[in-house]
Design a protein around this ligand. Structure first.
Ligand SMILES: NC(=O)c1ccc[n+]([C@@H]2O[C@H](COP(=O)([O-])OP(=O)(O)OC[C@H]3O[C@@H](n4cnc5c(N)ncnc54)[C@H](OP(=O)(O)O)[C@@H]3O)[C@@H](O)[C@H]2O)c1
Length: 269
């Protein structure tokens, strides 16, 4: 998809991967609807895009709210005459052992990471398929995680949200392709953003050599590439696909590798 002039809705645009993606897409000439809860950072981003010659509107809202998701889509269509793509990037993290987990935190995680993507995509579906009917294919990019393919100690609830997202994305890819909508699954390793800063880093990365830590700009470049040339799955870095594959083919061997990659103080492997 040629990005110049295209109308793209980006969730989680107020920070991290979302902000880096918005900056890159604006330079490509896309017309952006920036969606997240915090209006301050969204507005700052919108005005910096505008003052560099780009086009963006900011919509403050929560992916846990159906009316907010519908309002974001309606404003994108009204402002830019339609919708060509959605990047479902909004997400939160949580690390907790089974014994520590609180019901509310687990419910919130699933509500944002899994159901939030569903709400925004359902709200966007009609506009995306109208665009596709006019002859131009439209695109959905879902930002999952390597944690959507491989379970790791303390990530179980985050794993559940992202494994769910991976399954939903795979089914949509097959369901929506005939309607002219390409669906891309993005599978990044850890990324240096506020998301990671908010987690206990010792638990997030372990003490082992798990630490491929990507920059948000690297992930943003992959999102832009996926919008241009949609592919079913994008692992970042690419080599992680082999661990993903091994995890399915030989869980026992994958246990050994994951336990070597992630080591925690005081925990026997
Ligand atoms: N960082 C990593 O290590 C990593 C690795 C793999 C995948 N990911 C995934 O990448 C995506 C982006 O993460 P990031 O690292 O860029 O994190 P981040 O810097 O914390 O940004 C998360 C974004 O999501 C938005 N958001 C959170 N809850 C929301 C809600 N209820 N409604 C609307 N927007 C919401 C936040 O904005 P507001 O707070 O303003 O709402 C923010 O813009 C997430 O889906 C995450 O799971 C991250």
């Amino acid at each position: 998809m040629e990005l110049s002039g295209r109308s793209i809705l980006l969730t989680g645009a107020s920070g991290g991967i979302g902000r880096a993606t918005a900056e890159l897409l604006a330079r490509e000439g896309a017309r952006l609807t920036l969606f997240a809860r915090r209006s301050g950072p969204l507005e700052t981003l919108r005005s910096s895009i505008q003052s560099s010659g780009g086009t963006a509107i900011a919509v403050a809202g929560d992916v846990r709210s159906v009316p907010d998701a519908e309002r974001a889509v309606a404003l994108a269509v009204q402002s830019f005459g339609g919708l060509d793509a959605v990047v479902n990037n909004a997400g939160i993290g949580m690390l907790a052992s089974l014994a520590e987990a609180a019901d509310e935190s687990v419910a919130e995680l699933l509500d944002v990471n899994l159901l939030g993507t569903f709400r925004v995509t359902r709200a966007a579906y009609r506009a995306l398929s109208e665009r596709a009917r006019s002859g131009a294919r439209s695109v959905i990019v879902n930002v999952a995680s390597f944690a959507g393919r491989v379970g790791v100690p303390y990530y179980s609830f985050y794993n559940a949200s992202k494994f769910g997202l991976v399954g939903m994305t795979e089914a949509w890819r097959r369901e929506l392709r005939p309607s002219g909508i390409d669906v891309v699954l993005l599978i990044p390793a850890a990324v240096e953003t506020e998301f990671l800063a908010r987690l206990d880093r010792g638990r997030a990365l372990g003490l082992g050599p798990a630490g491929t830590v990507l920059t948000p700009e690297r992930v943003a470049r992959e999102i832009v590439g996926a919008l241009r040339r949609p592919r079913p799955e994008v692992y970042i870095p690419r080599r992680n696909r082999w661990i993903g594959l091994l995890n399915v083919l030989s869980p026992r061997l994958a246990d050994r590798i994951v336990n070597r990659l992630f080591r925690y103080p005081g925990r026997r492997t």
